[in-house]
Design a protein around this ligand. Structure first.
Ligand SMILES: C[S@@+](CC[C@H](N)C(=O)[O-])C[C@H]1O[C@@H](n2cnc3c(N)ncnc32)[C@H](O)[C@@H]1O
Length: 241
């Protein structure tokens, strides 16, 4: 961006004429393998959900009134599919912007034969705002979100005060927002944000982190981290108001 354009955008922002949207992701085009492309073709009609269709009627989407767990940024979808397969009494919605990840998730889901999983290929912030009714969810999951290591990029971290509040509204009372990260500084940031977010109770007995619950599958990447002595932090906050 030219210096002149940058200055004029900054000036417009200061004047309140233009609000720059800060996103938690950079859209990587990434190559879609043949398998991922055909998984999308074959399964989108049954498992795909579209942001443009607006507010969802979850009972109609799943054909039952089971609890719904929503995962933000499922990556390649491995742990999401595993959870859906292990918990047929629950419904799962996954949201991911990265198309190869969506393809990989649908391929795994089809292979596992799960029927309790639906997927959006869209920005989770917009899906939550436009497609999910208030108090609709029993759980929200955010596993290993992009850590945005550099200080000047911390504003791109998805966990922020406004985000915590928008998620709280989507949870039922008693519903849980579960986060995990392998980046200590992000874990501390999550804790700082969530500790002062109104309407949440930390489920940790020590008022900080939780041991990994059995129902969160251990990813390959996490196993490798354990071998190298890296930490992983789980945080679980329940909506209580
Ligand atoms: C570091 S990866 C982790 C993926 C996966 N949860 C795991 O544990 O392997 C973070 C993922 O979040 C996705 N993501 C980031 N912001 C998002 C948003 N606003 N909506 C949907 N997906 C998002 C990215 O595309 C990326 O795939």
């Amino acid at each position: 961006m030219s210096e002149q354009l940058k200055n004029s955008l900054e000036q417009a922002e200061q004047d309140g004429k233009f609000i720059r949207t800060i996103r938690s992701f950079v859209k990587r085009e990434g190559r879609l393998t043949k398998g991922q492309a055909s998984a999308i073709d074959q399964n989108w009609a049954t498992m795909g959900l579209e942001h443009k269709n607006g507010l969802l009627d979850l009972s109609q989407v799943f054909g039952n009134d089971n609890d719904v767990i929503l995962e933000i940024g499922f990556g390649m979808g491995k742990s999401l599919v595993e959870m859906a397969a292990k918990s047929p009494d629950k419904n799962f919605i996954g949201i991911e912007v990265h198309r190869p990840g969506v393809g990989a998730c649908l391929a795994d889901a089809a292979e596992a034969g799960v029927t309790n999983l639906r997927v959006f290929e869209h920005d989770a912030i917009e899906v939550l705002a436009d497609c999910i009714a208030d108090e609709a969810l029993a759980g929200l999951q955010l596993f290993f979100p992009d850590p945005w290591h550099k200080k000047r990029h911390h504003k791109r971290r998805i966990v922020q005060t406004a985000f915590a509040e928008s998620l709280r509204k989507k949870l039922k009372i008693g519903g849980v927002f579960h986060m995990a990260t392998d980046w200590e500084n992000y874990a501390e940031h999550m804790l700082e944000v969530m500790q002062v977010a109104p309407g949440y109770k930390n489920l940790s007995q020590s008022n900080d982190y939780m041991p990994r619950p059995d129902f969160r599958p251990l990813t390959k990447f996490e196993q490798r981290g354990h071998r190298l002595g890296h930490g992983v932090w789980d945080l679980m906050f329940e909506r209580n108001a």
